[in-house]
Design a protein around this ligand. Structure first.
Ligand SMILES: NC(=O)c1ccc[n+]([C@@H]2O[C@H](COP(=O)([O-])OP(=O)(O)OC[C@H]3O[C@@H](n4cnc5c(N)ncnc54)[C@H](OP(=O)(O)O)[C@@H]3O)[C@@H](O)[C@H]2O)c1
Length: 340
């Protein structure tokens, strides 16, 4: 049996719950029947050490956690007392502090609970602390969904640790694509931002995406996976919200497009995110909508290019389920002794 805690029950948490229900048989076949012992959001949740049934979980997805008849004002410690093997964390954090997620990861890992997360800020602010803590505690830390969400580029980057990567450039934020395309097509920047919020592409506060912090956090994680020790706080970030409308509109006439580009210069340990001119027909220049792109340049002059979808929440949840499968692989390989 695999005891699972769901921490955060919004778009991603609910989508993950559906994936878990639909694919439970895959885990059961491995002898690791999933047992959700608790679901918690900001105001409480419910716990059941005998496992919350799939029927009840679907009811929580459809009717909302706070409408459950057995909803209680509980906190994370109540959940931790049930000793879950793994917690799936999907909570929006602060880009300045990484909280409440950082505290949640630390608490879970200190109690021997493994973690899967879609939040990028905790790892972008305290990558090596979290990695070292997970190793010291003998717990798994899965974060494949933090960068490009629906496209597991983290796994590709992990696979390149034995090679020498010179630099990486990427378009890592879909909201910026959406807004810049609207401006290219005639809207002013403020009209485009308003439209993106109405279309639910941008958050009500779009500054994290358009200001560059979201892409900066993703680039920081990639750099750390490749062995650098860098923090989101050291990334040079330049917003695209102050760009001149005419400059964006007229750029295509010159054969270029303005994109929010994240760059990692590995030998010099420099990460930046800023609006850049890229040729219209280049990989980065052709990315639109919900797609992201990454160009990885190796020291032998070769390039690896990845183009793939980022979210939505459903794809993010499926990639988090991939992390869960990786965790079960490790459990089985280690004779289920991974937990500290
Ligand atoms: N949406 C995507 O496609 C996507 C893709 C990649 C990564 N992510 C990341 O995934 C995370 C979650 O995104 P989302 O779209 O699911 O957000 P969301 O819909 O806003 O849901 C957030 C959930 O977290 C809960 N929460 C907030 N503070 C909490 C706390 N202190 N303790 C327990 N629960 C708390 C909220 O509780 P209430 O219900 O009470 O508000 C809500 O249930 C974010 O870090 C986001 O950056 C999302």
């Amino acid at each position: 049996m695999l005891k699972i805690a769901l921490v955060g029950f919004g778009n991603v948490g609910k989508s993950f719950t559906k994936v878990l229900i639909n694919r439970a048989a895959e885990l059961t076949r491995l002898g690791l029947e999933p047992c959700v012992v608790g679901v918690i959001a900001s105001r409480g949740g419910l716990i059941n050490d005998k496992c919350i049934s799939s029927r009840m979980l679907m009811e929580l997805v459809n009717k909302g956690l706070y409408n459950a008849f057995n909803f209680r004002v509980i906190d994370l410690m109540d959940l931790i007392k049930l000793k879950p093997d793994i917690a799936v964390v999907s909570i929006p954090p602060s880009y300045r502090t990484g909280e409440p997620n950082l505290t949640i990861y630390r608490l879970l890992m200190s109690e021997g609970t493994s973690v899967i997360t879609a939040d990028k800020t905790g790892l972008a602010l305290a990558y090596w602390e979290l990695i070292n803590e997970s190793k010291a505690r003998g717990v798994f830390l899965g974060f494949t969904a933090t960068v490009m969400a629906g496209t597991p580029v983290i796994q590709l980057i992990k696979g390149l640790r034995g090679r020498v990567v010179e630099n990486i450039q990427g378009v890592l934020n879909a909201t910026s694509n959406y807004v810049l395309t609207l401006v290219e097509n005639g809207l002013t920047m403020s009209e485009a931002i308003k439209r993106a919020i109405e279309d639910k592409i941008a958050e009500p506060d779009p500054s994290i995406d358009l200001g560059g912090l979201d892409a900066a956090a993703k680039a920081t994680i990639l750099a750390n996976v490749l062995g650098l020790n860098v923090s989101l706080r050291n990334v040079n970030v330049q917003s695209l919200m102050n760009l001149n409308d005419d400059y964006v509109k007229e750029s295509t006439r010159r054969g270029v497009r303005i994109k929010q580009v994240a760059s990692i210069d590995l030998p010099n340990r420099v990460i930046s995110v800023k609006p850049m001119e890229v040729p219209v027909n280049s990989v980065l220049g052709s990315i639109t909508g919900n797609y992201n792109a990454l160009i990885i340049r190796l020291n032998d002059g070769r390039e690896i290019t990845v183009i793939g979808p980022t979210g939505p929440a459903e794809a993010t949840a499926e990639v988090m389920f991939s992390d869960l499968l990786e965790y079960t692989d490790l459990l089985l390989t280690m004779g289920k002794r991974i937990k500290g």
